[in-house]
Structure formats: structure tokens, C-alpha cells
Design a protein around this ligand. Structure first.
Ligand code: SAM
Length: 286
């Protein structure tokens, strides 16, 4: 069993299927430059094998397939059924939703039950200003398809002061009406946001998010699993929402996540560049 130097064992694994993305979100990349695939990305077979090894060696129970944009990769259709066949309690996909319509058969045929869709606004022009690509209606259509198919849906929204602060309530209403769980992700100071003043200008923390919601709703904090990254709230008779309070309530001490990059590097932490190369042990058995 893998245990880190702080005595934590790992239960959750996030795999980045590809580093490439069809969006160029303001909080992710500078100057509208889209992320490209990494050099020497793993094949679907290698990635599924790496996940199987980590299930065995680390006792991984929950898997999230992310990216880049996972639905952009032709490997997605191959990988999903392979990992769905592993002894995991939970498999989910995090996507920007732009390609859901095209990939809905692959998602449903593999028996996926949960999906997280990233959506920062319900206004088309703001959508383009943040994602710098794609279009809102296509994402909303994709969400309708997933909803009709009975998948459990969480929506990830990054509230930012200069882009979508006034979208907190419209997004919450949209999600409550449909039974989606909205999760506000506090802006993280990563990549290009570490430099300049965009992070300081745009950061909008949990306290202010809760204050905004409290003007319309009463809510109570609910129990979340020990290793959950979200602080979860219930609005009685209406639904749930959460805040991933990276800055306001850091969750490092209870983090149980490992990350596998698209080119086979295993990381213990998103904010730490220490990693191990899994490629040398991914010689597939014949
Ligand atoms: N392309 C997929 C998507 O859009 O969901 C998966 C990858 S994306 C990097 C995963 C999540 O990270 C998205 O919900 C996105 O909003 C969030 N994210 C990216 N950069 C962020 C930042 N600087 N602060 C907070 N959340 C961020």
C-alpha cells in the first residue's frame, strides 16, 4: 500500500487523458493559447493499465477522467469501458461539455453514472469571453442529453469578480431547477495567474459566495465525506451546492488524491511538481 510521508493513503485518482483542450479559459491559459497534447502521451491501453496498477498498489477507489478536455481525445472511447471494468466504487468524467452530443453513445454505452460539467455562465457573450472558444447552447444541449439519460450531474463554476460574479444566482437557480449540484470552485493561483494581478482582481472567496446566496436562500452546512474537496450546503426542499474552497479552507491535510498526467507522470499534489514516471513499468503484459 502506498502511504505518503504525512501518513496519507490515496483513494482517489485523477487521470488526464490528454493535455489538449478545445477551450482557452482565462483562468487556465494566457493570451487565448489552447493547450496542446503533451509529448509522448500514453495510449488508452497504457493508461488503463496504469490505473489498474494503482488500484492494486494504492487501493484507489474513485477515478476521475479529466484533461485537458477528455472528450476531445480519440482515446476516450477506448479508455472508458476499460476503466469501468476495474474494481472501482466510482468513475466520473470532468468535461467542458462541448462534445457531449458527439460522445453521448460512448458515455452511455460504458455505463457511466456521473459527470462533472464545467460551466461558468449562462450568458453567451460572457461564455465566449471566458472560454475563448466553443458555444453556450451546445453545452446546454449536452447537459439536457445527460440529464435525460439519468446521469448524476455536478456543475463546476469558477466565480470571478470581473467576469461572472453576477452569474452566481442564475447558475444556482438553473442547477436547482434540474437537480444538478453546483460547485463553486474558488479561483486557484496556478500557472500564469501566479504572475501579474489577474488573480487578485478576480478572486472571489467562499464568504462572499455564501453571502450572495444567503440574500435569497437559507442553507445549512452538511456533512461531506472526510476526503471531499468540497464544503457542501443544503438548501432545504431545494437541493445542494458546494464550494471548493482551495484558498478559504485548504484541504491539504485530508487530501487523498493522486494524479496521473497524460504522459504517465504520477503526482501527489497539483501544486507540487514532484512526480514519478510510470512509463517504465507500463510494459503491457502479453
Ligand atoms: N476540460 C475539462 C473541463 O473543462 O472540465 C477538464 C479539465 S479543467 C482544467 C477542470 C476544472 O478545473 C474545470 O472545472 C475548470 O474550471 C477548473 N480550473 C481550471 N483552472 C482553474 C483555476 N485557475 N482555478 C480554479 N479552477 C480552475
Amino acid at each position: 500500500m502506498i502511504v505518503d510521508s504525512l501518513g496519507r493513503r490515496f483513494r482517489n485518482l485523477r487521470v488526464s487523458l490528454t493535455a489538449a483542450c478545445n477551450y482557452a479559459c482565462t483562468y487556465c491559459v494566457p493570451d487565448g493559447k489552447r493547450l496542446q497534447p503533451a509529448a509522448h502521451e500514453l495510449s488508452a491501453e497504457e493508461m488503463a493499465y496504469a490505473v489498474a496498477l494503482l488500484v492494486d498498489a494504492a487501493g484507489i477507489e474513485k477515478l476521475r477522467i479529466t484533461g485537458g478536455e477528455p472528450l476531445l481525445s480519440p482515446k476516450f472511447e477506448d479508455l472508458l469501458p476499460k476503466v469501468m471494468a476495474l474494481p472501482l466504487n466510482d468513475v466520473s468524467v470532468t468535461t467542458n461539455g462541448q462534445l457531449v452530443k458527439r460522445k453521448i453513445d460512448a458515455l452511455l454505452n460504458a455505463g457511466l453514472k456521473r459527470v462533472n460539467v464545467s460551466l461558468d455562465t449562462l450568458q453567451a457573450d460572457r461564455f465566449r469571453a471566458i472560454a475563448r472558444s466553443g458555444d453556450l447552447d451546445t453545452v446546454l444541449e449536452g447537459l439536457d442529453l445527460l440529464h435525460q439519460a439519468g446521469l448524476k450531474i455536478k456543475i463546476n463554476m469558477v466565480p470571478m469578480r470581473t467576469h461572472n460574479a453576477d452569474q452566481i444566482m442564475p447558475m444556482l437557480e438553473y442547477c436547482l431547477e434540474r437537480g444538478f449540484e453546483l460547485r463553486f470552485i474558488e479561483l486557484m493561483s496556478m500557472g500564469h495567474l501566479r504572475y501579474g494581478n489577474q488573480f487578485q482582481k478576480d478572486f472571489l472567496g467562499m464568504e462572499e459566495i455564501l453571502e450572495t446566496i444567503s440574500r435569497r436562500y437559507e442553507f445549512t452546512r452538511t456533512d461531506a465525506p472526510y476526503d471531499s474537496t468540497a464544503v457542501r450546503f443544503e438548501i432545504p426542499d431545494a437541493g445542494f451546492f458546494g464550494v471548493i474552497a482551495n484558498e478559504s479552507e485548504p484541504f491539504c491535510s485530508s487530501c487523498t488524491r493522486l494524479r496521473l498526467s497524460s504522459n504517465g507522470f504520477l503526482y501527489g499534489c497539483l501544486s507540487n511538481s514532484a512526480h514519478h514516471d510510470m512509463k517504465p513499468i507500463l510494459e503491457l503484459p502479453h
